[in-house]
Design a protein around this ligand. Structure first.
Ligand code: FAD
Ligand code: PHB
Length: 387
């Protein structure tokens, strides 16, 4: 088997890159470890930046999002019950779109199926070689070992994937912070407790009220990584959430049986550089942000937009200039986004190691936001997406 670009991983980054390449007439094959249904079963991101929305629209993948997505012009911060609205539209002229990662994935999968471009699901034990001369991807499918030869490899296989791990340790610098807590998330078919997202700091821990539609809500509470999902009945979860958000939101909270409940760890992570020979890392394979800034999916889509432009340039003009520039160009935005996600996480969570002084610093930062449109504008610019 031979193709121009072998894409490892069929999550949003791999699917989006495949979609853009196929539209440009550049042959590509997606190699995905799981089944399509498994990929669609993972409940993750919910908020799309303007730039992500624009790319989906421009590339012909935005029609259902336009119909079903919920444009949001602001969100609410709540600090020990005191509310502050961040008016994204007034502060930046931009807004965000609430449309689940699952739906983006479903739309891209459907387009790929229609295009006839191949996705090899259930591809186990991926290994790579020839990254400096004759790139090849080896994998096992239906019990048979197969090889895909290619010009380039896009490592879109997430944090635990095979691509980053196949780079020799002395060729890669890794930067990481693991936070001493996770998020316990619940998905429920009940209308959201508030029209906009609510990010709440409380002495008992962070909480987030989000949504997927007018009838489906997504809620999170900060929890210790020692917690077990089985110990959290739905009622225990809603009781705890109600204590952490302001009374108006708690009063409007509609309880219902959870349709998904899981604990996610929080991590900041960056690998440098993002090119190794003919392989390029993109999305969660290259970096992780804690979800507090709603950035992970958006950053992944930005990476593949830049990678696509560089590959298109390479095949149009035989110039590798764009590919040479890929790693420094995306890392610049990645680090700025890491900073924002870290600062939102630091402001809104309770940390076991925080002393009374540090807790007062968190409150002082919230009060500074209350008092300064300039500070709110910086937050809004980052939340809607750096240009
Ligand atoms: P992934 O989605 O991880 O996809 C990688 C794919 O590669 C997977 O399908 C996997 O099966 C496959 N794979 C892995 N290993 C191999 C292998 N060895 N061989 C072949 N295939 C392999 N982001 C936002 O922007 N906004 C949000 O609101 C938001 N909220 C979040 C909430 C939670 C609870 C979590 C956990 C994340 C959230 N994120 C959010 C982050 C976002 O979900 C990720 O950044 C996004 O999924 C990254 O996409 P990706 O395609 O790079 O990686
Ligand atoms: C979500 O709806 O899953 C969501 C929204 C905003 C975040 C993180 C997750 O910051």
């Amino acid at each position: 088997m031979r193709t121009k670009v072998a894409i490892i991983g069929g999550g949003p980054a791999g699917l989006m890159l495949g979609h853009l390449l196929t539209r440009e007439g550049i042959d590509n094959v997606i190699v995905e470890r799981q089944s399509g249904d498994y990929v669609l079963g993972r409940i993750r991101a919910g908020v799309l930046e303007q730039g992500t929305v624009d790319l989906l629209e421009e590339s012909g993948a935005g029609s259902r999002m336009r119909e079903e997505g919920l444009p949001h012009e602001g969100f609410e911060l709540s600090f020990d019950g005191d509310p502050l609205r961040i008016d994204l539209k007034a502060l930046t002229g931009r807004s965000v779109m609430v449309y689940g990662q699952t739906e983006v994935t479903r739309d891209l999968m459907r387009l790929r199926e229609q295009s006839g471009a191949p996705t090899l699901y259930g591809a186990k034990d991926v290994s790579l070689d020839g990254l400096h001369d004759q790139p090849a991807v080896h994998f096992t499918q239906d019990g048979e070992r197969r090889t895909l030869h290619c010009d380039y490899i896009a490592g879109c296989d997430g944090f635990h994937g095979a691509c980053r791990k196949s780079i020799p340790a002395d060729k890669l610098s890794l930067f990481e912070r693991i936070y001493p807590f996770g998020w316990l998330g619940v998905l429920v078919d009940k209308p959201p407790a508030a029209h906009e997202l609510v990010y709440a700091h409380h002495q008992r821990g962070f909480a987030l009220c989000s949504m997927r539609s007018a009838t489906r809500s997504r809620y999170y509470i900060q929890c210790s990584m020692d917690e077990r999902v089985e110990d959290w009945s739905d009622d225990r979860f809603y009781d705890e959430l109600s204590l952490r958000v302001n009374p108006a939101v708690a009063g409007a909270l509609q309880r219902g049986p959870s349709i998904e409940k899981s604990i996610a760890p929080l991590r900041s992570f960056v690998a440098e550089p993002l090119r190794f020979g003919a392989m390029f890392l993109a999305g969660d394979a290259a970096h992780i942000v804690p979800p507090t800034g709603a950035k992970g999916l958006n950053l992944a889509i930005h990476d593949v937009r830049v990678l696509f432009e560089a590959l298109a340039d390479r095949y149009r003009s035989d110039s590798e200039a764009g590919l040479d520039d890929y790693s420094p160009r995306v890392l610049d935005r990645i680090w700025k986004t890491e900073r924002f996600s870290w600062s939102m996480t630091t402001l809104l969570h309770t940390f076991p190691e925080h002393d009374p002084f540090t807790r007062r610093m968190q409150r002082a930062e919230f009060d500074a936001l209350l008092g300064s449109a300039t500070m709110r504008r910086v937050m809004a610019e980052n939340y809607t997406g750096l240009i």
